[in-house]
Design a protein around this ligand. Structure first.
Ligand code: CAA
Length: 301
């Protein structure tokens, strides 16, 4: 018998590409009412228009009834503050990759959101255990019962971009995560139409501990003149049937995100094999961030 996720209301923090995609699959497939919050009103309206576009495309392709699309859209509401999300059963944080920011957000969640809600992060490389450590109320011993209850609700739920298309969610347990939180999080990801792969809480988890060094090596190949941009990408598209070559994929993910994950791997392992490529650092210095900024290894209009 499948385990019930018990999520009757979901909060999503961050209306960027990932948060918007998570809100979309939760409302459409898991049929859960979603409260979407972002400190930028512009980001919220961009996210909602992407959701409208995705639903309209599914209807026009005959994959979704117009009435089901309207129901899914009606399940997505916006929240103007974290307080407005106080009654959710799970919150998924999808803000930028910054440990201090995430720790501050989780401390606030733990204080404001109902005490049995799951606190999930969509981080792609930051330690879930470090984030979970932030939710323990001041003065409580880290190994005590209060700390155990609150930090046991923190989990890594790592979706992949584009969320509506990619079938995987990586489930990462912090040292503190409870079995109940893991079971319900897995059931929720499955209700969103995803398959789940679990990973230990190591820098980058399984996905980025393998993907980012591959992308970094591809950038080093370009840097050293081993092959051209187009030939590096063609090798993987045509030789290994990857949908995108590593340089195009880096642009798609965002070069700042790639650099920040690579730095987390380097810092977290102290292993020189993870040293970020100088070219990647320079591209980010120049604000050539990939598709989102109009220029990365490729140009976009
Ligand atoms: N949001 C929603 N749907 C999207 C989308 C987006 N941003 N981009 C493309 N799609 C949909 C399209 O609408 C289309 O759907 P239909 O078939 O229903 O029409 C489908 O994806 C295919 O799109 P296209 O035909 O336009 O283009 P494509 O065949 O080249 O596919 C792609 C585009 C799905 C992005 C494909 O190139 C791909 O799979 N690329 C690799 C993506 C990848 O590796 N993602 C993981 C990145 S790593 C990560 O996310 C984790 C991390 O921590 C860094």
């Amino acid at each position: 018998m499948s385990i019930a996720h018990g999520i009757k209301r979901l909060g999503v923090l961050g209306a960027g590409q990932m948060g918007t995609g998570i809100a979309f699959v939760s409302a459409l497939h898991a049929k859960v009412p979603v409260l979407l919050h972002d400190k930028s009103a512009h980001q919220i309206s961009k996210g909602l228009s992407l959701i409208d576009k995705l639903l309209a495309k599914d209807v026009s392709k005959g994959r979704l009834q117009a009435s089901d699309a309207a129901d899914a859209r009606a399940r997505i509401q916006t929240a103007d503050s974290v307080e407005a999300m106080r009654d959710v059963d799970m919150v998924v944080e999808a803000v930028s990759e910054n440990l201090d920011l995430k720790r501050a957000i989780f401390r606030e969640f733990a204080a404001k959101i109902r005490p049995d809600a799951i606190l999930a992060t969509n981080t792609s490389s930051i330690s879930i255990t470090k984030i979970a450590g932030a939710v323990i109320p001041e003065g409580e011993p880290a190994a005590g019962e209060v700390a155990k209850a609150v930090s046991g609700r923190v989990v890594g739920l790592h979706f992949f971009n584009p969320v509506p298309v990619m079938k995987l969610v990586e489930l990462i347990s912090a040292v503190q995560t409870s079995q109940d939180t893991l079971n319900r999080s897995r059931a929720f990801a499955e209700a969103c139409g995803k398959e789940v792969a679990t990973s230990q809480d190591v820098p980058g988890f399984v996905s980025n501990a393998l993907l980012m060094p591959f992308i970094n090596e591809a950038i080093m190949c370009l840097e050293k003149g081993v092959a051209t941009r187009d030939d590096i990408d063609k090798t993987f598209r045509l030789g290994m049937a990857h949908p995108m070559g590593p340089l195009q994929l880096a642009d798609f993910i965002g070069l700042d995100t790639c650099l920040s994950i690579q730095q987390t791997l380097y810092k977290g392992t102290s292993d020189s094999k993870y040293r970020p490529s100088v070219l990647l650092e320079r591209m980010v210095d120049a604000q050539y961030l990939g598709k989102k900024s109009g220029r990365g290894f490729y140009e976009y209009n």
